[in-house]
Design a protein around this ligand. Structure first.
Ligand SMILES: NC(=O)C1=CN([C@@H]2O[C@H](COP(=O)(O)OP(=O)(O)OC[C@H]3O[C@@H](n4cnc5c(N)ncnc54)[C@H](OP(=O)(O)O)[C@@H]3O)[C@@H](O)[C@H]2O)C=CC1
Ligand SMILES: O=C1O[C@H](COP(=O)(O)O)[C@@H](O)[C@H](O)[C@H]1O
Length: 490
């Protein structure tokens, strides 16, 4: 079994505990870390929502959810029972000053314990909730607050939330979570780049013709239609996950792995992104929405039907962006970002396309090589290089791949992103959380795109479920003489 460091008992308070995120991700992540022996039953997970459950009724609901979302761990009945022994429920309306705050106060008697509030509610509640915690004297010196994404829906609302939360918590106690930073493949970007000096020498426009970052999903909006229809792919995925991956990929080497050294370098990337004018948005951004189609041999409905509406709204379920980073390292390399629901495959990956030979000496030069970094599923790397086709009959060159699959390479089971990040928050390690200025810089770059869309400058292009997005997505790369990874033959 992997070595684990036992954490001192803590109080972890989840606001929004009957919601999708808590049931599907947070509590399963806690169960797995409990099973791994990372904390004991002395820790308390205090779950809060408005629904009038008793603690027993809530635990029954959690038991079902854990059997569904962490089946391998939950099948051990002893572990499950012991874990549920540390879970309790307080029914409380966080917007009401006269709600059940006293019960929460009673549950939080120990002032010395590490205390983490996890706000898994609508972001508009974050600031009022922190004010209520302060008013009821529920913030101790050992208290941190975790904020789920998205922080706001615009720069203005993000700033208001940051100001509102910042009135009650110092920045070092505010943990803005982006679960993509908890993914092994994203963290491995640091090792890949900064522990392999030879590779780092290739990491610039000198060797890299273009970069693709794709987060494609086969699922539709599911039960989150009401939220998603207000948000769209740009706010749901690009403003946070994709820009964070871009930062990890493109940043210069940090002085150390300390939270602020990492965040300073990421911030420089965000500030160096070429700002979008309305004309540039028209030329460099594609927004799409899925229609009915087929995925994995099954018919799936279009977006409107998924929402339960008879007509689709104007929300994008797909975005592709061509951008540049205004630095001497990256100035000549286009970066293509792409994300969408109901696409052909579930894949999160990065492709660094190498430049072609300046003066080819082989008659049949294959397409230039590339490095593919697979983040999900099947984490791994694939380095595609030209090699001599073995055998007689002339000197032919073709591409061949060197593959590293994490599954084959590392026998240890590793944690999913929420497991890693929840316990980082308890331990007080903020390196994989986002600082205020990063969130605001991301919104600053995204806003002109959203504003152009509001003015109706970019049409919403349909794409059939099970495809790789609207047809124009190919043209976005073709004009640089490039193609998306799935279109590359070798
Ligand atoms: N679901 C996901 O996969 C992801 C979600 N997120 C973010 O996490 C947050 C939660 O998302 P999700 O779980 O999907 O949302 P849900 O709508 O499923 O859950 C919201 C939760 O908040 C509770 N709630 C609402 N109002 C109050 C209130 N006034 N006081 C106390 N509790 C309240 C609800 O319970 P009740 O009605 O009983 O009060 C419910 O438990 C959002 O910010 C979302 O953007 C981020 C990444 C992924
Ligand atoms: O934050 C979100 O992420 C998920 C995709 O996460 P992944 O780890 O499965 O790649 C996305 O489905 C959801 O809409 C979004 O809110």
């Amino acid at each position: 079994m992997a070595h684990v460091n036992l954490i001192d008992p803590f109080d972890f308070i989840i606001f929004g505990a009957t919601g999708d995120l808590t049931m599907r991700k947070l509590l399963p992540a806690f169960l797995r870390r409990f099973h791994a022996g990372e904390f004991t039953q002395d820790a308390r997970i205090i779950c809060i929502a408005r629904s009038a459950h008793t603690p027993d009724k809530f635990r029954q609901q959690v038991r079902q959810a854990l059997k569904e979302f962490a089946p391998d761990t939950a099948k051990d009945a002893t572990v499950l029972d012991r874990f549920l022994g540390s879970v309790t429920y307080v029914a409380l309306d966080a917007t009401k000053p006269d709600s059940n705050w006293d019960e929460l106060k009673d549950a939080l008697k120990d002032q010395a314990r590490t205390r983490v509030y996890y706000l898994a509610t609508a972001p508009a509640l974050y600031a009022p909730l922190c004010a209520a915690l302060a008013e009821h004297k529920l913030i101790t010196r050992a208290t941190r607050v975790v904020l789920e994404k998205p922080i706001g829906v615009s720069l203005k609302t993000a700033t208001q939330i940051n100001d509102g939360v910042g009135r009650f918590f110092p920045e070092e106690s505010i943990y803005r979570i982006d679960h993509y930073l908890g993914k092994e493949g994203v963290q491995n970007l640091l090792a890949l780049r900064f522990a392999n000096p030879a590779l780092e020498k290739l990491w610039s426009s000198d060797a890299i013709a273009h970069v693709q970052i794709t987060a494609a999903e086969t699922v539709g909006v599911g039960s989150r239609g009401a939220y998603y229809d207000e948000s769209g792919a740009m706010r749901d995925m690009v403003q946070n996950h994709l820009l964070q991956v871009l930062c990890m990929l493109a940043m210069d080497d940090p002085a150390s792995l300390s939270a602020d050294d990492l965040r300073n370098e990421k911030l420089k990337v965000l500030n160096a992104l070429r700002p979008m004018t309305p004309d540039m948005v028209r030329q460099n951004v594609i927004r799409g929405q899925y229609t009915a189609g087929r995925i994995e041999n099954k018919d799936v409905p279009g977006y409107a039907e998924d929402l339960g509406h008879d007509r689709a709204t104007n929300t994008e379920t797909f975005v592709a962006i061509r951008t540049k980073i205004r630095t001497s390292r990256w100035g000549n390399t286009p970066f293509y970002l792409r994300t969408g629901k109901r696409m052909a495959a579930k894949t999160t990956e990065i492709v660094l396309q190498f430049r072609p030979q300046v003066w080819p000496i082989f008659t049949n030069t294959p397409s230039p090589g590339r490095l593919v970094i697979r983040i999900a599923p099947d984490e791994g790397l694939s380095l595609v290089l030209a090699s001599k086709d073995p055998g007689a009959g002339g000197f032919r060159v073709r591409n061949a791949a060197l593959n590293i699959s994490y599954e084959n390479q590392f026998t240890m089971e590793y944690q999913d992103s929420y497991e890693r990040l929840l316990l980082d928050a308890v331990r007080g390690n903020p390196a994989l959380f986002i600082r205020r200025d990063e969130v605001e810089a991301s919104w600053r770059w995204v806003e002109p795109i959203l504003s152009s869309w509001r003015q109706g400058l970019s049409p919403l292009e349909p794409y059939p479920a099970g495809s790789w997005g609207p047809a124009s997505t190919r043209a976005l790369l073709a004009r640089d003489g490039a193609m998306w990874h799935e279109d590359m033959l070798t």
